[in-house]
Ligand binder design. Structure first.
Ligand SMILES: [Zn+2]
Length: 100
């Protein structure tokens, strides 16, 4: 089975602190994104090393863990133009769940 040899980009790959899934990385925005419904939209902005949570309980949990975070209402994510790649991601997710 051919396995694509990826360059070592560990700094651009990280797992979600809540669900442990690999987060989607947008190099354009320097932001990691996880969209698991269990914790709501969650972003990690690399330059600031700061988390952005759309769910208040998720934001509180970040605070408990001593992580730097901002609580952002969903509308702000939409205004920040993050919805474009969010939509792409969801489409892929839907396709894969239909296959399996
Ligand atoms: Zn997650």
């Amino acid at each position: 089975m051919p396995e694509p040899s990826l360059p070592v980009l560990n700094s651009k790959e990280m797992n979600c602190v809540f669900c442990d899934k690999t987060m989607f990385y947008s190099g354009e925005n320097f932001v990691h994104v996880c969209l698991e419904q269990s914790h709501g939209t969650l972003c990690y902005f690399e330059p600031d090393q700061c988390w952005f949570a759309a769910s208040e309980s998720t934001a509180l949990e970040l605070g408990k863990r001593g992580l730097k975070f901002h609580f952002i209402p969903r509308s702000v994510f939409e205004n920040a133009n993050l919805t474009e790649f969010v939509c792409d991601y969801k489409e892929e997710d839907n396709k894969s769940s239909q296959v399996s």
